[in-house]
Write a protein that binds this ligand. Structure first.
Ligand SMILES: [Zn+2]
Length: 99
């Protein structure tokens, strides 16, 4: 991992005041990469773990409370990485050295 990958941010509707608020989520699983054309795709599964509404101060801690409030508890995010990017920052470059 790495390469300046940005952690996705999720929002949900506050069950009390309907305000749109940030919901903290942690990555729990990542699929193996698959290659389509020149792009590597992988799916990451995020589970919501915490939220605090800045408007009405509702706080939910843990995925059980979040599920009980009928909020989206699991998010699936697709990551893409250009193969050229992988080669530029990845392994050694001895692919053309053999004569
Ligand atoms: Zn609220």
């Amino acid at each position: 991992m790495g390469n300046g990958e940005v952690k996705p941010i999720f929002f949900a509707e506050c069950p009390a005041c309907k305000n749109k608020i940030w919901i903290k989520s942690d990555e729990v699983r990542r699929s193996t990469e698959r290659l389509e054309g020149k792009i590597l795709y992988s799916d990451a599964v995020y589970v919501s773990t915490f939220l605090k509404c800045p408007v009405c101060e509702l706080t939910l801690t843990g995925s059980d409370e979040i599920r009980a409030a009928n909020l989206p508890q699991q998010h699936i995010v697709q990551f893409e990485e250009d193969l050229a990017h992988r080669f530029m920052y990845g392994d050694d470059e001895d692919a053309y050295g053999d004569e």
